[in-house]
Design a binder for this molecule. Structure first.
Ligand SMILES: Nc1nc2c(c(=O)[nH]1)N[C@@H](CN(C=O)c1ccc(C(=O)N[C@@H](CCC(=O)O)C(=O)O)cc1)CN2
Ligand SMILES: [Mg+2]
Length: 281
């Protein structure tokens, strides 16, 4: 078994992004990312702080707008509209989850697709599915980078994605399909799931259940990508894959933490930079 080191790859990519940022600045463009956080979800607070820090570290302009939990939906929509028309921001993102009284659908629809660096706007989702992507959701984009870095052959291979979310499962399946893999999407209601996952040359698991995939669910030599982040009663983080059970069966496997997670934020920086670079054309 070999470990896929997401943390190391993210660090390497950040160094490359820094060079691209400096180059863009010589043309008078400072790439800018603005992050909107509504409420005080502790995990979200950490993620947005990390986004701001990483953006600043690679030389981009970045800011976090912290809004009260009780903010009205219309106020948030108006704010997004203002940012859509502000040239200093090339990327706008709203940290999820949102409070229950705010419609996620309406909010994602309000961000102009050209600045939607999360790639969650229906137009960006549609463009990805039609094979002409503009913005790609950063978790699956990061996974594709990891597969490239570790020279995983995808063409003609059997890929199984466990999980059907708009953020991970669906875009992941499409990206693997665009790389000529034969893709199956499975989920919590799939019958005989294990029979399916055991056929996978590449297995991506994003189902949100602690150590759901065990030794009997994985084919010998498979590449296993674990998107899960589940905290146990002692606060220890585990993936959706039982790493101890699967590590000697897989040829390559991502750890949790230190696998997919770190790549997610770095790919967000890449999308933002790309949005700013489009201003040159
Ligand atoms: N608007 C968005 N909201 C959310 C997204 C997103 O991409 N856009 N994804 C997640 C949260 N997320 C980024 O926002 C995120 C989560 C976790 C990590 C990460 O690096 N995880 C570490 C472990 C961290 C820990 O110890 O708790 C790892 O896996 O190594 C990065 C980004 C939901 N919301
Ligand atoms: Mg099991």
């Amino acid at each position: 078994m070999k470990l896929i080191d997401g943390k190391a790859l993210a660090a390497k990519m950040q160094a490359e992004l820094k060079v691209r940022v400096e180059k863009l600045k010589t043309f008078g463009i400072v790439p800018g990312l603005i992050v909107i956080l509504v409420g005080e979800n502790p995990a979200s607070q950490i993620y947005v702080r990390n986004k701001e820090r990483q953006a600043t570290a690679i030389g981009m302009k970045s800011s976090v707008l912290r809004l009260p939990e009780e903010i009205e939906e219309v106020e948030l929509l108006n704010l997004i509209e203002t940012l859509n028309n502000d040239d200093t921001w090339h990327g706008i993102l709203v940290q999820l989850p949102l409070p229950a009284h705010i419609s996620e659908e309406k909010v994602l629809l309000a961000i102009t697709p050209e600045k939607d660096v999360d790639g969650f706007h229906p137009m960006n989702m549609g463009r990805l599915w039609s094979g002409n992507p503009l913005m790609i959701p950063s978790t699956p984009a990061g996974i594709m980078e990891m597969l490239r870095e570790y020279h995983v052959e995808l063409s003609g291979k059997r890929a199984v994605v466990v999980g059907r979310s708009n953020i991970v499962g669906k875009p992941m399946a499409q990206l693997l399909m665009m790389a000529d893999a034969t893709v199956t999407i499975a989920h919590s209601r799939t019958k005989n799931l294990s029979e399916l996952t055991r056929q996978a040359d590449i297995l991506v698991v994003a189902i949100g259940q602690d150590r759901f995939i065990g030794r009997n669910d994985v084919k010998e030599g498979a590449v296993v990508i674990d998107v899960g982040m589940n905290r146990d009663e002692n606060g220890k983080l585990h993936g959706d894959v039982d790493f101890e059970q699967v590590k000697d069966i897989a040829s390559l496997i991502t750890p949790v933490p230190g696998g997919v997670g770190p790549m997610t934020i770095t790919m967000l920086m890449e999308q933002t930079l790309r949005a700013a670079e489009r201003k040159l054309k």
